[in-house]
Design a protein around this ligand. Structure first.
Ligand code: 5RP
Length: 236
């Protein structure tokens, strides 16, 4: 770990490092996506190369797959693994009940598929990700490109009847182009500010044809490892 690390990077690093304690040889591990998960992959790679750790990793994005291979982790597909011992991933928000919003990196579809195919999901985060109520972070919804405007209109209609504070829906961009996920889909970001009833919202969104998956991770995560800028770690 570099001494020149910013407090936020240090917080992410120490959370990731602590999460490696849950990983033992022989495990099949879901590898999350994002800057915090990237620290985890680096740390696990170091353990593979220098301590003889033997794991099989199932990445949740092409980015993570590339990094995992680069650092020496054996990469397999979810179908090859069938079931995982645990998944470790970052988050955009978590609340006191360990409910999450994910997908800031546009990978929540694979992340959710992998996490739900795991005995447990551990989240690693810096302390800024803790919220009283989910929704300050825009909720990502992955939609198929076909009929995207119609799907967007149906989402807006659905939001009108929900316990949320904001209802703006924007399409995620990558520069001048639409952001495209690993599955070839688009992302709509829902600027809700406050989500009063996440279960109801999640079910309603996923019932809309054209919606593939939303970024609410409800009753999936069992542990959150929180890193702090001074190097402390707390486990929830
Ligand atoms: C990617 C995610 C990430 O876990 C989330 O965006 C957190 O990213 P970071 O660790 O960079 O803050 O859900 O789809």
């Amino acid at each position: 770990m570099s001494n020149e690390m910013s407090p936020i990077d240090k917080a992410k690093f120490v959370a990731a490092k602590q999460a490696t304690e849950y990983v033992t040889s022989g495990m099949k591990v879901g590898l999350g996506t994002g800057s915090t998960a990237a620290w985890l992959v680096q740390c696990l790679g170091e353990m593979v190369r220098e301590e003889g750790l033997r794991i099989k990793g199932v990445p949740t994005s092409t980015r993570t797959a590339k990094l995992a291979r680069e650092v020496g982790i054996e990469v397999i597909t979810l179908d090859e693994a069938k079931w995982l011992d645990l998944t470790i991933d970052g988050t955009d928000e978590y609340d006191a009940n360990l409910q999450l919003i994910k997908g800031g990196g546009g990978a929540h579809l694979q992340e959710k598929v992998v996490a739900t195919a795991s005995d447990r999901m551990i989240v690693i985060a810096d302390a800024s990700k803790k919220v009283e109520t989910l929704g300050a972070f825009p909720l990502p919804v992955e939609v198929i490109p076909f009929g995207m405007q119609t799907t967007k209109a149906l989402i807006e209609e659905t939001l009108a009847g929900m316990d949320v504070l904001g209802q703006e829906v924007t399409q995620r961009q990558a520069g001048d182009d639409p952001f495209v996920t690993d599955e070839g889909n688009f992302i709509l970001d829902l600027h809700l500010k406050r989500i009063g009833a996440p279960q109801t919202l999640s079910l309603a969104l996923n019932q809309i044809p054209g919606v593939v998956e939303n970024g609410l991770f409800l009753d999936i995560c069992d542990t959150v490892i929180v890193g702090h800028g001074d190097g402390r770690v707390t486990v929830r």
